[in-house]
Design a protein around this ligand. Structure first.
Ligand code: ZN
Ligand code: ZN
Length: 466
């Protein structure tokens, strides 16, 4: 019996002996013939090397039947007492000298029991293939350091999958391993894995999950509130791909992602609109979207008004607040408007408060509340026109009275009023969403930045998967 023993630790810390016989391994692996026909996926000549070692040490030690028996018992006892499936799937870095030590000290010929075993080794990516031969009787036996998934060595495809799923870049990971002196496959092999296996797997899983989510939404009788936002693959306006993400905001679930190539829609400017259109088209097959929250992109406004009048289109506060903040900051730079600088943050916060503190659809109240800031900043706290007639804060005391109020009729006050009461801004504020925001999509996009950094360009499939 050709048999290797290795000592492992259980979670209880008690060392146990585990049997790793060639027979057990053979049961899980394809036959030697299948191994001989090397996987198509990893056949780089440069990753293979043959090293002949025909001077194995001949040890005198012979294992007694008794110890063999007791070790088997210990192993099966642990297997039943402590079934740790995950432990069995661990992957280890094994240094070659340590493996040689194991071979020479614990291996003997399964046919004649001789301890004079010669071996040749071969590397296939990260896999080590040993061909063991008994010097005395000529019995041969192959051994692989990894099982196979189909026709691919498990460790190789797992490394490629690990690189892709961790959002890492293959060049760097493979270089790290190479610098360590680890046997790895080439970059070309990674791309072959990606193209033939991984991209397909990712897409299949995503499609299944999407189908499941949309079907789940179909069965619910809540209204469907979606948020949509686009993301370009590179900074600036020269993007090659745009990703449009549609999220169900009540469940915070990404229900659709569209990758749009700028050259198919005539420029990166149109990618966002096109992504939204495709996304709505797909979702419409399952559920009707009741409310859609997006940024203030002009083409999107127009598209939704014309093509989907049934969808209530709302804006995300953050996008509108960002625009307002920019305008106020620019105005504060003007000559004589320095006093405005200290009020920018307050005005933007007031916008959030005005929207969030009002009941949904009560646009009039939102506008009245928001515009009251004009009076407050000029140290007037009551007697406003409309339904919001006075500030909600109590009488001002001490320090509060010393605030840098804007003097009425100064340039700063007039600039402020011009920006706050801008009809276009007020029109957009009427369309702000009070209950749901697209910040979860922003968060999702920053996660995407990790998987598909804007500095690196990807293929269409690569982009879609990442
Ligand atoms: Zn032999
Ligand atoms: Zn006030």
């Amino acid at each position: 019996m050709f048999r290797c023993y290795k000592s492992t630790q259980t979670s209880s810390g008690k060392p146990v002996m585990v049997t790793v016989s060639t027979q057990t391994v053979d049961e899980n692996l394809p036959s030697c013939a299948a191994e001989a026909s090397e996987s198509e996926l990893i056949s780089d000549g440069d990753s293979e090397c043959d090293i002949l070692d025909d001077d194995p040490e001949d040890l005198d030690y012979v294992m007694s039947d008794d110890s063999d028996q007791s070790m088997d018992e210990a192993a099966s006892a642990t297997a039943t007492d402590n079934p740790q499936m995950d432990q069995d799937r661990r992957i280890y870095f094994i240094f070659w000298p340590c493996l040689v030590q194991l071979l020479v000290s614990w291996c003997s010929c399964p046919s004649c029991g001789s301890r004079r075993v010669a071996w040749t080794r071969q590397e296939l990516g990260t896999m080590l293939k040993l061909s063991l031969r008994c010097v005395d009787c000529g019995h041969c036996n192959p051994w692989n350091s990894q099982p196979y998934f189909g026709r691919v060595a498990a460790g190789n495809i797992l490394l490629s999958a690990g690189i892709l799923f961790a959002g890492a870049t293959p060049t760097k990971v493979l270089r790290v391993l190479m610098h360590m002196g680890t046997a790895v496959f080439s970059l070309r092999t990674f791309f072959r894995h990606q193209q033939k296996v991984l991209h397909g797997a990712v897409m299949q899983l995503w499609r299944e999950r999407q189908m499941w989510m949309l079907s789940a939404l179909q069965t619910e009788d809540h209204e469907i509130v979606c948020g949509g936002d686009g993301r370009a693959d590179s900074p600036g306006h020269c993007a090659k791909y745009g990703t449009y993400t549609m999220m169900e905001l009540r469940k915070k679930a990404v229900i659709d992602i569209q990758t749009v190539q700028s050259n198919e829609v005539g420029g990166s400017y149109h990618m966002e609109g096109e992504g939204l259109a495709r996304s709505l088209q797909r979702i419409k097959n399952f559920v009707a979207v009741d409310t859609l929250i997006t940024d203030r992109h002009v083409s999107i406004k127009k598209y939704l008004r014309e093509k989907h009048p049934d969808i209530e289109h709302l804006f995300d506060i953050w996008h509108v607040a960002k625009g307002l903040k920019k305008k106020l900051q620019a105005a504060a730079q003007l000559k004589g408007c320095n006093a405005l600088k200290g009020w920018v943050a307050s005005i933007v916060n007031h916008l959030y408060w005005s929207v969030v503190s009002s009941p949904p659809h009560d646009r009039e109240l939102v506008l009245d509340k928001f515009q009251s800031v004009v009076y407050h900043i000029q140290n007037q706290h009551q007697g406003f026109p409309g339904r919001f007639t006075r500030c909600l804060h109590g009488p001002l005391q001490g320090q509060e009275l010393q605030k840098a109020w804007l003097q009425p009729c100064t340039k700063a006050a007039m600039e402020m009023e011009r920006i706050v009461c801008n009809p276009r801004l007020l029109k957009d504020i009427c369309q702000l969403s009070s209950s749901y925001q697209t910040s979860t999509i922003e968060a999702f996009h920053s996660l995407l930045n990790h998987f598909a950094p804007k500095m690196i360009s990807f293929s269409f499939n690569g982009m879609e998967c990442r």
